[in-house]
Write a protein that binds this ligand. Structure first.
Ligand code: SF4
Length: 73
């Protein structure tokens, strides 16, 4: 079980060259993808491996940590 904090990715759309590298390396299940064929930016990633950030050739992927409002019991 992962103890990592989920993250929400942001992509600089002006810099993205739509190479598809982030999606290709992503270990998330199929469908963690945006309308622009990049990794999803509309929902948190709970794996948070950051492989997409590392592989992006134009380093335009960033993230913020998502902290839930309530802790689970
Ligand atoms: S790896 Fe970077 S440049 Fe390539 S599609 Fe993803 S966000 Fe765009």
């Amino acid at each position: 079980m992962s103890s990592k904090t989920p993250v929400l990715f942001q992509i600089g759309w002006n810099a993205c060259i739509n190479c598809g590298a982030c999606v290709a390396i992503c270990p998330q299940e199929a469908g963690f993808i945006s309308d622009f064929d990049t990794i999803a930016v509309d929902r948190p990633c709970d794996i948070a491996c950051m492989l997409c950030e590392d592989i992006c050739p134009v380093t335009t992927i960033t993230h913020t940590e998502v902290h839930s409002a309530k802790a689970k019991k």
